[in-house]
Design a protein around this ligand. Structure first.
Ligand code: ARG
Length: 462
């Protein structure tokens, strides 16, 4: 083994890793994304070394400068990564040592890649979480704006994808916004828990060097230092939880995408995607396909897979660091990257989709939509609901059998049914306006919901 390509840990060894063992262990392709946070974490560690009197002020300044320079080289693609570099942490330490010689060799005192990689990943995911938060806020803003535009637009609400009762488009849109608002809440709570530094935990048992983890955490802008060094290096629940939050959010995006794809289906024709968010067919000239919505729908499966990967990885793993944990990063990066890809696209599709207000209103001519209103009119007159339900069902059955519609019923037939003003109830505007329950589909409720969502969006932490 030459000194040049010897791993950081070569002292005890006489032979280098077999090439295939090295290839299996090398994580640089994935963890190179951690370069900039690794530099930040390493600079905070250098200051801890200085506070503990292990390097003097000049040495600390040189180490910081070299770390920053290596970080710049990596960011600008000037840094060469020989095959011997196992991961980004060893590559950065090597770069510093190449610049500073013996002084560089002081960098790793009191730390391990075990506490470093956790701290790096926490910093990286926290930044990704903030970006995702901003993208979700932008989507909610766009949904709220579209909902305000369509506070009065009536459409058939569906259950089992069958016409159920009239609702407003604004109400349906805001249902998606509320789900996303909960995702923001989850992201916020996750980031509060994740804001923990592992530096000072070392490999498993801290160090004898008098480093102060709290000061290091504060220097990194993290809310706290680890409480237990074994937990610090071995736990990955912050990754699993990030993926759970990401997976739930992606599920919400997929359901929004599912609605967009359905509404723009020509058999419903309730909406048209903007051309910029549609695609043509390579064979069929007439086609305008909702690929953006379909891809947004499908990416939830991928992110759920990322969550399953990390969950399976952690299950049954004894505490402490294991190399298995290296496998946490690819799913974490993939989920963050995927959300950052999907969110702007779905936001653009929502912001530009044209709703076919007339088609939605025309669909509200389906008289079955008003059956529950008729039954409730009977209930308001004291008829027990089960009886009202049966009587209304029988009315529908009779009208159907006679090949008529509710609109054909004469006044005395309505009187006989028990709701003299029955014909007036076959009206979508009236139906939604009559639903005065807060959180219901009435235009007032849609505006009130939008008003409630505004501060949730605005009061986000940066
Ligand atoms: N590349 C490793 C990871 O991502 C860093 C930690 C290596 N530690 C070790 N004891 N081999 O988890």
């Amino acid at each position: 083994m030459t000194d040049d390509d010897a791993p950081l840990w070569a002292g005890r060894f006489s032979a280098p890793p077999a090439p295939e063992a090295h290839a299996l262990g090398r994580s640089l392709r994935v963890d190179v994304r951690l370069a900039s946070v690794d530099v930040d974490a390493s600079i905070a560690h250098v200051r801890a070394l200085q506070d503990a009197g292990l390097v003097d002020a000049d040495e600390a300044a040189s180490l910081e400068e070299a770390l920053a320079a290596v970080g710049d080289d990596i960011a600008e693609g000037r840094f060469a990564f020989p095959d011997a570099d196992e991961d980004i942490h060893s590559a950065i330490e090597r770069g510093v040592t190449e610049r500073l010689g013996d002084l560089g060799a002081k960098l790793h005192a009191g730390r391990s890649r075990n506490d470093l990689v956790v701290t790096d990943l926490r910093l990286w995911l926290l930044a990704a979480g903030r970006r995702i938060d901003g993208l979700v806020v932008a989507l909610v803003e766009s949904i709220v704006a579209r909902a305000r535009e369509h506070a009065e637009t009536v459409m058939p609400g569906t259950t089992h994808a069958r016409f159920a009762q009239p609702v407003t488009l604004g109400h349906h849109l805001l249902a998606h916004a509320w789900a996303l608002a909960r995702d923001l809440d989850r992201l916020h709570q996750w980031s509060e828990r994740t804001s923990t530094s592992a530096l000072g935990a070392g490999a498993i048992a801290t160090s004898t060097l008098g480093l102060d983890p709290d000061t290091t955490a504060a220097r990194l802008g993290l809310h706290r230092a680890f409480a237990n060094s074994i937990d610090a290096v071995g736990d990955r629940d912050f990754v699993q939880e990030f993926l759970a939050v990401a997976s739930i959010c992606a599920t919400h995006l997929s359901r929004l995408a599912g609605d967009l794809a359905r509404w723009t289906d020509e058999s419903l024709g309730w909406a048209t995607l903007d051309e910029r968010y549609s695609t043509g067919s390579s064979m069929m000239p007439q086609k305008r396909n909702p690929d953006t919505a379909e891809l947004a729908r499908s990416k939830a499966a991928r992110i759920a897979g990322d969550l399953v990967t990390v969950t399976a990885l952690l299950q049954g793993l004894p505490l402490g660091y294991h190399r298995d944990l290296q496998e946490d990063k690819e799913p974490a990066f993939d989920a963050a990257h995927t959300l950052e890809l999907v969110l702007p696209a779905i936001t653009g599709a929502v912001a530009t989709v044209t709703f076919n207000v007339e088609a939605m209103r025309a669909a509200c001519a389906d008289e079955g939509l008003y059956a529950t209103d008729l039954a409730e009119a009977l209930v308001r007159d004291g008829v027990p609901f089960r009886e009202a339900h049966r009587r209304t069902g029988e009315l529908l059955k009779r009208v159907d059998a006679e090949g008529r519609s509710l609109a054909d019923l004469a006044d005395d037939e309505w009187k006989a049914f028990g709701v003299p003003h029955g014909a007036e109830l076959l009206d979508p505007d009236r139906s939604v306006a009559a639903r005065t329950t807060p959180g219901g589909p009435s235009p007032e409720s849609v505006r009130a919901q939008a008003d409630m969502l505004e501060p949730i969006i605005r009061e986000r932490e940066p």
